[in-house]
Design a protein around this ligand. Structure first.
Ligand code: ATP
Ligand code: MG
Length: 386
């Protein structure tokens, strides 16, 4: 079971652990950026320069890739110290030793550690423990990267199934505009406006142009929303988020994916609901996934109720309830697992694992209650924004 899924969290906790146990003057973790094939400093302690990168031409990188062994400045037991070229690269990191993060035969990153503040040298025992840590770190980092990529793929898949709906949504207003103009032009051709007073013709044109503006606005709105949803999530960007507005956006997006016509949407939203500080697009994605799951759990007609209120504990409390088939006891503990799905090829099983990760990232909590045959309620709580 993967408990920590977020790369930031994994790296943060590892550096903290190293700092608290070994007390080095400096430490840092470098991760391979596959796009430009560079190793970038991801997080560090005690290093002033936060933008250090290493290319694959770096002597240190070449050494780590080839040997799969730690690079040490000074000899430790059987391990000899590195040559002056590597040593000078390491001094840029104030490093006494560098541990490779290997996944199979690939160098996915490395950990650099400075001299200990106690001035004691690193020992063979230290190295044994550190190499074990590097092994588990490699797996955790690779898992987190996979899940981040999967989140992106899932978003793309959702957009794919939405595309048909969007096509219809844009096709409709275009048809309306086209028909109105065609009718007018045909009438002109047939001499219908020959005898008519000028005012009437202007009025007719005005009506068509106003309709055109309304319909093109509708198209612009749809494309804006879609591109908003589709943008790859880069860094976490907290801002003041208005919950009812994001619920509307999520309903709009979900409406293209599952037919919401057969489902009645009820909203019970507290009028003075405070905003929360969160990443707006992530909040949208959370609502979208939960609403979509609810709709998919309902066969035929049903109701999705969305409640939002300001709780006494300083939190915004949101419930999304469906009248779907419910979650049986043997599945309750598995629904947040990545790739757990009961929908066969129709589901990736990533929806809720991503939802939970995003909820946590936005300082929220998620839980649910469910009764087989009558429905499921997901409960979200986020701290009020300041
Ligand atoms: N509202 C719900 N009612 C009943 N079962 C649910 C509900 N939400 C989730 N589940 C169960 O939890 C499983 C995992 O949900 P999750 O959203 O992670 O994946 P998925 O919906 O199967 O696939 P994807 O989200 O990628 O389309 C679902 O397959 C379903 O069995
Ligand atoms: Mg889902």
């Amino acid at each position: 079971m993967i408990t920590k899924l977020n790369l930031d969290e994994i790296i943060n906790s590892t550096l903290k652990l190293l700092d608290e146990t070994l007390h080095p003057y400096a430490s840092g973790i470098f991760i391979l950026n596959k796009v430009d094939d560079k190793y970038q400093l991801y997080q560090s302690y005690g290093l002033e320069d936060k933008n250090i990168t290493f290319t694959s031409e770096s002597k240190l990188v070449i050494f780590l890739k080839k040997s799969h062994q730690p690079a040490v400045i000074k000899q430790i037991d059987g391990i000899s110290g590195v040559n002056p070229e590597i040593s000078s690269e390491m001094s840029q990191l104030k490093a006494a030793l560098v541990l490779p993060l290997m996944l199979h035969d690939d160098l996915i990153g490395f950990i650099s550690l400075g001299r200990k503040k106690s001035d004691e040298d690193y020992t063979k025992d230290d190295l044994d423990v550190l190499q074990d840590l590097a092994r588990t770190e490699s797996i955790a980092v690779a898992n987190a990267q996979l899940l981040a990529e999967a989140a992106q793929a899932e978003r793309r898949a959702a957009i794919g199934t939405m595309a048909a709906g969007i096509n219809h949504e844009i096709g409709n207003p275009l048809n309306i505009i086209n028909t109105k103009i065609q009718v007018f032009l045909t009438a002109v051709k047939r001499g219908f406006y020959h005898e008519k007073p000028k005012e009437e013709i202007v009025q007719e044109c005005e009506a068509i142009l106003n309709e055109t503006i309304a319909q093109t606005n509708r198209i612009a709105d749809i494309t804006r929303r879609l591109s908003n949803f589709a943008k790859p999530s880069k860094e976490f960007k907290p801002e003041s988020v208005n919950i009812p507005k994001e619920i509307e956006e999520a309903l709009f997006m979900a409406g293209h994916d599952v037919e919401l016509d057969r489902i009645k949407i009820k909203k019970e939203i507290f009028a003075q609901l405070p905003d929360i500080m969160a990443d707006r697009r992530e909040i949208q994605q959370i609502f979208f996934n939960i609403i979509r799951n609810g709709a998919q759990a309902i066969e035929g007609q049903g109701i999705i109720t969305i409640r939002a209120l300001s709780a006494q504990n300083g939190k915004v409390h949101i419930e999304i309830e469906d009248t779907g088939k419910g979650i049986s006891d043997d599945k309750r503990h598995r629904i947040f697992e990545p790739f757990f799905t009961t929908k066969g090829a129709k589901g990736t099983g990533l929806g809720l694992s991503i939802v939970r990760q995003l909820v946590w990232r936005n300082k929220g909590e998620i839980s649910f209650r469910s009764q087989v045959g009558s429905g499921t309620t997901f409960i979200l709580e986020f701290p009020k924004g300041v």
